[in-house]
Design a protein around this ligand. Structure first.
Ligand code: ADP
Ligand code: MG
Length: 320
């Protein structure tokens, strides 16, 4: 059984009260309030040996547990406000905790996110954060509103974090190799908060890429009514620098199916192309057209010769 089958079978329920605008199934829940804004709530857990390797710098872990949550907030088009932090710790190591807190608060302070609570227990190392943020009433970006013909974009460049992880697991770099840009992308992802909120009037749907572009894009197409998408391999944004470590074909596979990029993938009405170009310039962040939404279910990738690429595994999936 995989994570989504498990959630569907045991936890998804038929009806939500009216106050729940978006429940299970998006990057975050959207809850109505009476102050003119909707509250967006997201949560994510990281477990040692599953989401991060033993011996990872504590400051990077403190940064990343907040960053992956802020990435979900960004995908909802929200501005973050508060966070709770749950720690499961095998031991008390003051240096480790100081470094963890430093990484966490450096990012929290940058976005004025206030730590308002949490829980601390003894057990195998894992960390969970829950973040609350705000959007103007009715303006949250959801996965479910992409339309046939919409253009699909991604921010930044893809595949770097997956390459960092692969170099680490092949022992071609060490966890302390601070100058390796791929490892930095894996350990210190930057949430696209400004992009998310500026996409509110522009994008029809958005998601953050945590499990792999194809797997996450499939969440958009499915949630939008069993639609599909056609992606052009040659348009996938890949930055130079990988050549020292792997082939173009390998980095492309990582860009399409590797996790941990924390870029945003979003759909936009095709008439809005100019607005996306202006937004990209304004943020000084590449926003790359990669394909479009169509009515044939599934995400297909086409190469420069017009042939469909065989996708063996669209992304990361927890299963039991
Ligand atoms: P993301 O990758 O954006 O963090 P996930 O893939 O982890 O999202 O989760 C998919 C959806 O399922 C989200 O809406 C999440 O809130 C929900 N979800 C995950 N686990 C549970 C659970 N145990 N109970 C209820 N909802 C859950
Ligand atoms: Mg997400």
């Amino acid at each position: 059984m995989n994570e989504f089958q498990l959630i569907d079978r045991f936890f998804a329920r038929e009806d939500n009260p009216d106050s729940v605008k978006v429940g299970i199934g998006d990057d975050g829940a959207v809850l109505a309030t009476n102050n003119g804004r909707d509250l967006v709530v997201v949560t994510d857990t990281m477990v040692e040996g599953v989401h991060f390797v033993c011996g990872q710098p504590a400051s990077a872990l403190g940064h990343k547990i907040l960053s992956v949550n802020l990435s979900d907030v960004a995908a909802m088009g929200a501005e973050p406000d508060w966070v709770t932090l749950n720690l499961v710790l095998p031991e008390v190591n003051s240096n480790w905790l100081e470094e963890f807190a430093q990484g966490f608060f450096e990012l929290a302070d940058r976005y004025s996110v206030v730590l308002v609570g949490g829980d601390t227990t003894h057990g195998p190392l894992s960390v969970t954060a829950t973040v609350g943020g705000w959007v103007p009433h009715g303006e949250a970006l959801c996965r479910s509103k992409a339309k046939v013909g919409d253009h699909l974009y991604v921010s930044g460049a893809l595949g770097h974090a997956a390459l960092g992880l692969s170099l680490l697991s092949e022992k071609r770099i060490s966890i302390n190799d601070q100058h390796n840009c791929f490892l930095r992308r894996l350990l210190w992802p930057e949430p696209r908060i400004s992009l998310g909120s500026l996409l509110r009037p522009l994008a029809s749907a958005a998601i953050d890429i945590s499990d792999g572009l194809i797997a996450d894009l499939e969440h958009i197409t499915l949630a939008s009514g069993d639609l599909g998408a056609l992606i052009h391999e040659s348009m996938i944004p890949i930055e130079p620098g990988f050549e020292e470590f792997c082939s173009h074909s390998a980095i492309l596979t990582m860009a399409l199916t590797g996790g941990d990029d924390y870029e945003l993938c979003f759909s936009v009405d095709s008439k809005q192309t100019g607005a996306v170009v202006r937004l990209s310039r304004h943020l000084n962040l590449p926003l790359t057209l990669i394909g479009h939404v169509d009515s044939r279910p599934g995400v297909r990738v086409i190469d420069a010769q017009g042939k469909y690429r065989q996708i063996n595994s669209p992304g990361y999936l927890h299963h039991w």
